[in-house]
Design a protein around this ligand. Structure first.
Ligand code: HEM
Length: 378
């Protein structure tokens, strides 16, 4: 899949994110508004991330305005059911899905239709590459590049099953993780007004260089504070909670003397173990005052290996730069135009709001629950 993740892809992600932001503003009727109450920001980010992965990941011409009757939105419905129920699907025996229970039938339909859709996508992109569909052949999406890179690899080529597996992974990994982390970032920015002001000043300084407030992919390396907010939210709510590995040769892990393991843990071949990212990210030894939302921790951190949220070693997140590009483009546009504010209950303090709203819910991925946000025009 590697050749499919290139600077050209990221520039495409940036542009599509910026275009989609404008589309969303118009479609939601927020272009002229000065004070907007978004009742559930999570629904917005989920839809946004789905369309970005749909367009940039799969070349699907999805738009913000797609109506429920448009068959393309079934991808959205399908994906939301599949990602909500993927864990249960692993645990429940297949015959149970034949029982006449509505929810189970919906789950079965969602998985079957995703399967069919993936096969359709593979065949459609192959046809494009063979020149049967000249119109679609200029697309730059990840999926098309992946299939292209896979052609002519001889014995190294992926089977259709492997391609389908990777496609499924791309859909799930590229959608919910980004959406959930954006929710948490927005929640923290609304809560920490001083951080939001600092970020806003950075955005103004960087974007005003263009003479007008239009964003550009080349701005990405300069929007350090924006990116750091996303990384810090991801530290506090790592969408991928654990990283699981199988041990193939004996590994000795050094541990603190005082932790009761005598300074080391030996992992023998055949053992499966998980790295607990939540535990790691809240360990004060690595992150002082771990409960604090402090994006400045990430200023100057250039090594990709220091960002545990995307994993490390030979198999880290392949979509890391895709996710960061999407997040920085989305947040820069949003914060350039709007001030984010928390919506407190009567008599509620900000600390109480945080305790009520910024709680982790673990499904296929980890994230905060549903919450409203007030947008006030800058
Ligand atoms: C905030 C957003 C994201 C987070 C926190 C995240 C996190 C991770 C982590 C921790 C892994 C490694 C899992 C493991 O080693 O067991 C991973 C793998 C992966 N991610 Fe992401 N991810 C994000 C966004 C994305 C996006 C946007 C895409 C695609 C466009 C993506 C595609 C993948 C793929 C394909 C893998 C498997 C890589 C492999 O097995 O070699 N991720 N992700």
């Amino acid at each position: 899949m590697n050749p499919a993740f290139s600077p050209e892809t990221y520039a495409f992600v940036w542009d599509e994110t910026t275009n989609l932001y404008q589309e969303m503003m118009e479609a939601e009727g927020w272009v002229k508004g000065n004070d907007v109450m978004v009742s559930a920001i999570n629904k917005i980010t989920s839809k946004f991330a789905l369309i970005v992965i749909g367009r940039c990941g799969f070349g699907e011409p999805m738009s913000w305005n797609t109506t429920a009757n448009d068959s393309r939105m079934t991808l959205s419905e399908t994906l939301s059911i599949v990602s909500e129920t993927a864990v249960a699907r692993l645990l429940i025996p297949r015959w149970v899905y034949r029982l006449p229970i509505r929810r189970l039938l919906d789950i079965e339909t969602a998985f079957t239709s995703l399967d069919e859709r993936i096969k359709f996508l593979i065949n459609a992109r192959r046809a494009e590459l063979e020149g049967k569909d000249r119109i679609g052949s200029e697309r730059k999406d990840v999926f098309r590049l992946m299939i292209h890179a896979n052609e002519g690899q001889g014995t190294l080529s992926m089977t259709d099953e492997e391609l389908a597996g990777n496609t499924y992974l791309l859909l799930i990994a590229g959608h919910e993780t980004s959406a959930k982390t954006l929710d948490a970032t927005i929640g923290f920015l609304a809560l920490y007004e001083d951080v939001q002001e600092e970020v806003y000043n950075e955005i103004r300084a960087v974007l005003s260089d263009h003479g007008k407030l239009a964003s550009h992919f080349d701005d990405l390396p300069r929007l350090v504070a924006v990116q750091s907010c996303f990384l810090e939210a991801s530290r506090l709510f790592p969408a991928a909670m654990t990283i699981t590995r199988g041990v193939t040769e004996t590994v000795v892990l050094k541990t603190d003397e005082e932790d009761g393991h005598g300074g080391q843990v030996v992992l023998e071949p055949g053992v499966t173990f998980s790295v607990d990212l939540v535990g790691l990210h809240y360990n004060p030894k690595y992150f002082p005052d771990p409960e604090e939302f402090r994006p400045s921790r990430w200023y100057g951190v250039t090594s990709e290996n220091d960002m545990t949220t995307f994993s490390f070693g030979p198999r880290p997140c392949i979509g890391r730069k895709f996710a960061l590009t999407e997040a920085v483009a989305f947040l820069s546009n949003l914060l350039r135009d709007w001030q984010l504010q928390v919506v407190l209950n009567p008599g509620e303090t900000k600390a109480q709001w945080r305790a009520r709203v910024m709680k982790g819910y673990a499904g296929l991925t980890l994230g905060v629950g549903e919450f409203p946000v007030r947008l006030t025009r800058r």
